[in-house]
Design a protein around this ligand. Structure first.
Ligand code: NAP
Length: 317
């Protein structure tokens, strides 16, 4: 992987921020179009997908494929067609004074880079509970995505943490697989919309543990139980289960956006684009989980990455 890129005065045609499936697909398409593009990725390529043990819903892999392996293949393919990748953290993007401010400056831990267009593909992450057992058992019963992992919990008893729309929608989705679902919520009323509340209350598979918080997740190699505390009575119990799905909010991740921030993000902090992945700031595109949208999956990230690359090329022309 390229470590020392020429960042002195060179103006790249495009810089991709983030090397998850959206960014890598954009990089593959830009590479094949011979666009002078540089990807800046803070860690390993693949982003959040690296946390997924098996992906069963990415077409073409009927037996499933491990998240890290799929992402390695994405990277190999993009690099094969000429994408340059550098590992560094991007702290800020802003307009550069040069060429009538038609050049962007990308500030990183390894100096400043310049480009004519940017694809923000820096993803997001589910809020963590930050409790013992959560990190160790992620991918071993702890999950942040029902669509991705639900099928592994067929006929199992699981816990869903959270009371917002995501928790309720995911709990309803998980009833397709799990034999029993207990929603653990820290208050005694749900936050989610009334229609979703009606559905969860009417679903015989869904039960509730009100005014409860999860103190820790217990298990040797797989989730075996959660330690619950009732915050009204202070009672603590070990509650047996094979899965814990945590939906206590999700947040997009991106560098400081300077004076472009108000044009780029919505009230929830996600980046707004049109159908071509173009933001309101000419030359800045976004794709993948960082975007305001309904479905966050590898397959949607790929489509958006390809779309962003296509319209970046059109923009450059
Ligand atoms: P959310 O609305 O912020 O709900 C987060 C839930 O997690 C809340 O019930 C909250 O409890 C709980 N929570 C937060 N931190 C916690 C902690 N440390 N420990 C235990 N519980 C914790 O997040 P969301 O459900 O992901 O939804 C995000 C936004 O997307 C919302 O505006 C939502 O309406 C929207 N959304 C819409 C749809 C749809 O329209 N179909 C679907 C999904 C999401 P409290 O209630 O006590 O704060």
């Amino acid at each position: 992987m390229a470590k020392n890129m020429d960042n002195s005065n060179h103006i790249y045609e495009n810089i991709i921020i983030g090397g998850g499936p959206a960014g890598l697909t954009a990089g593959l398409y830009l590479g094949r179009s011979r666009v002078d593009a540089l990807m800046l990725e803070k860690g390993f390529s693949g982003g959040q997908v690296n946390l997924t043990e098996t992906i069963e819903n990415y077409p073409g892999f009927p037996e499933g494929i491990s998240g890290p392996e799929l992402m390695q293949r994405f990277e190999q393919q993009a690099v094969k067609f000429g994408l340059k990748i550098m590992n560094t953290t991007v702290s800020e993007i802003c307009r550069d004074a040069r060429e009538d401010k038609k050049v962007f400056k990308v500030k990183t831990d390894d100096g400043d880079f310049y480009c004519r267009s940017i694809i923000i593909a820096s993803g997001g992450e589910a809020n963590k509970l930050k409790i013992p057992g959560e990190e160790e058992l992620t991918g071993r019963g702890v999950s942040y995505c029902g669509t991705c992992d639900g099928a592994f919990f067929r006929d199992k008893e699981i816990v869903v943490v959270g009371g917002g729309d995501t928790a309720l929608e995911e709990a309803l989705f998980l009833t397709k697989f799990a034999s029993k679902i207990t929603i653990v919520h820290r208050r005694d009323e749900l936050r989610g919309t009334k229609i979703l509340q009606e559905r969860v209350f009417n679903n015989p598979k869904i039960h509730f543990s009100w005014s409860s918080i999860v103190l820790s997740i217990i298990g040797e190699n797989q989730v075996e139980a959660v330690r619950l505390k009732n915050i009204k009575t202070d009672e603590i119990v070990n509650f047996p289960c094979q899965g814990v799905f945590i939906f206590t909010g999700y947040r997009p991740i991106y560098p400081a956006l300077g004076d472009m921030q108000d044009d780029l993000i919505n009230v929830n902090g996600y980046i707004i684009t049109d159908d071509n992945m173009q933001t309101k700031v000419e030359g800045i595109f976004a794709c993948g989980d960082v975007r305001a949208k309904g479905l966050r999956q590898v397959v949607t990230a790929c489509g958006e990455g390809a779309t962003a690359a296509f319209f970046v090329e059109a923009f450059l022309k």
